[in-house]
Design a protein around this ligand. Structure first.
Ligand code: NAD
Length: 484
């Protein structure tokens, strides 16, 4: 089936201003299955103008929190109605089994929209005792105002869910948005925008411009009427966005990558830790920002644990994800396939022991075998750089102090997991880890009410929870002179 996807601007499907397009490639067959509009600076101008008009003088600007809450609830209902379709769109675009987004991404996205309907009505200001003004009493209070038009830039690995994390919070706060989906995965964002129209959001509140980061993404970052960039993606692009936004004084939230440790102590429930580590390595073919790809295991169980992980890797059935028997599809695109294989080759060359998988050479499709390295060191490239594929690196440690030092010895700090049956140790280690999120005996729990984001190279800012909505507001203070 071929399809051509256009931008969604001010409530209408719109072709790129110069008529150019981007091919969409099926990662399973490597065949073209459609195309999307290749956005231009002019397209971005049109979309930002629509979003800005709604914010300044449109019907949206007149809605209060309760009315925005109602719209968010309706949108949640419509996403729930179309959840299989949306999950299938994301799955097809990156070659993922549709069962994963059906079970994980869509329920999470719906929960975010429902939680955000509550946040919309809680954006309260404060009354602040103040010292008066040249001897005359004053009353000071604050109000929360939407930050403005948001540029939401999204990666390809969980397109709908990550789009909704941004959308739910910014709509609760009263902002409007231009979404730039990844060039590989524009389908679900476009459908989401149409659902928002059906829910009753005024045209122009939610716009989608498809295209490349260097074109559409950059134009959004440089646009004078975009007040905030909310970006999820690679540190390289994040760095460039931060530079541009810094010069223009835009607000920025950056959700970047990770090299997240899973620390397995010898007192952990072995099978639970094994399941959690496998999930953290192989879910979405390892293309997860929080992937627990650095597996630090205490010496007395290290060999047995690595062997069990290798067995788990070997038992994963890799193949066309549309066949229900297959558990793992290809990685999302050719560049990703080459990148993952390059890292596997490096792991071999640098002396880690290859226990499962290895460099893949499929006849067709971007399939990578689940791969486990053991006897690795924390200074090896496969332990330092984000691979974003189904590759796990097992490193041995002796003491708790050594495990903490190794876990923190990374430029990243997104997530971390501690596997132990010792409650005191769990809290002690969780406190010592430099990461945005720590799971104890569970890998990367995601919940609409929990903040999500990283430290160090993993990013700046948090999405999720009420704080996520507050991040799309500015606090204005009003002081009234009260002469007696
Ligand atoms: P990417 O940085 O290549 O692209 C992400 C998005 O940014 C795409 O829409 C792309 O078109 C756009 N973009 C690229 N360069 C840009 C630029 N100079 N200016 C503006 N926009 C630009 O990343 P990717 O390959 O799509 O995604 C993988 C990365 O995303 C990984 O590093 C992964 O860890 C990270 N990620 C992080 C989280 C998180 O929550 N922290 C979640 C998912 C993915």
């Amino acid at each position: 089936m071929t399809q051509h996807l256009k931008h969604f601007i001010a409530g209408a499907a719109v072709e790129a201003s110069d008529g150019r397009h981007i091919d969409l490639v099926d990662p399973v067959t490597e065949q073209l299955y459609g195309s999307s509009a290749r956005g231009t600076r002019e397209d971005v101008d049109r979309a930002v103008a629509a979003a800005h008009a709604q914010l300044e003088e449109g019907a949206w600007s007149l809605l209060d929190g309760a009315q925005r809450a109602r719209l968010l609830t309706r949108l949640a209902d419509l996403v729930e109605r179309d959840s299989e379709l949306l999950a299938d769109m994301d799955a097809q675009a990156i070659g993922r089994s549709p069962m994963e987004p059906r079970r994980m991404d869509l329920p999470n996205a719906i929960a975010h929209l429902r939680a955000a309907s509550g946040w919309a009505n809680q954006l309260e200001g404060r009354t602040i005792p103040s010292g008066g003004y040249f001897g005359t009493k004053t009353l000071s209070y604050t109000v929360r105002e939407p930050v403005g038009v948001v540029g939401a830039i999204v990666p390809w690995n969980s397109p709908l869910m990550i789009t909704v994390w941004k959308l739910a919070a910014l709509l609760a706060a009263g902002c409007t948005v231009v979404i730039k989906p990844s060039e590989e995965t524009p389908q679900s964002a476009l459908h989401l925008a149409k659902l928002a129209q059906e829910a009753g959001f005024p045209d122009g509140v939610i716009n989608v411009v498809t295209g490349y980061g260097a074109e559409v993404g950059r134009a959004l970052c440089e646009h004078p009427n975009v007040a905030k960039i909310s970006f999820t993606g690679s540190p390289e692009a994040g760095r460039e966005i931060q530079r541009t936004a810094g010069v223009l004084f835009k607000r920025v939230a950056l959700e970047l990558g990770g090299k997240s440790p899973q620390i397995v102590f010898d007192d952990a429930a072995f099978e639970d830790a094994l399941f959690g580590c496998s999930l953290g390595l192989f879910a979405n073919q390892g293309q997860v920002c929080a992937a627990g790809s650095r597996i630090l295991v205490q010496r007395s169980i290290a060999e047995r644990f690595a062997a069990a992980l290798a067995e788990a890797a070997n038992s994963v059935k890799v193949g066309d994800p549309r066949q229900p028997d297959n558990q793992m599809g290809p990685v999302a695109k050719k560049a990703q396939f080459e990148r993952v294989n390059r890292y596997i080759q490096l792991g071999i060359e640098q002396g880690a022991t290859l226990l499962a998988g290895g460099v893949s050479k499929p006849e067709r499709g971007f399939f990578v075998r689940p791969t486990i390295f053991a006897n690795a060191r924390n200074d090896m490239t496969i332990a330092r750089e984000e691979i974003f594929g189904p590759v796990g690196t097992v490193i041995t440690f002796d003491t708790e102090e050594e495990a903490i030092a190794m876990a923190n010895d990374s430029t990243y700090g997104l997530a971390a997991t501690v596997w132990t049956s010792n409650l005191t140790r769990a809290h002690r280690v969780a406190a010592a880890l430099k990461a945005g999120a720590v799971g104890v005996n569970c890998w990367s729990p995601l919940d609409a009410n929990l903040p999500w984001g990283g430290v160090k190279t993993s990013g700046i800012g948090r999405e999720g929870g009420f704080g996520g909505a507050l991040a799309y507001t500015e606090e204005k203070v009003v002081t009234v002179l009260l002469p007696s």
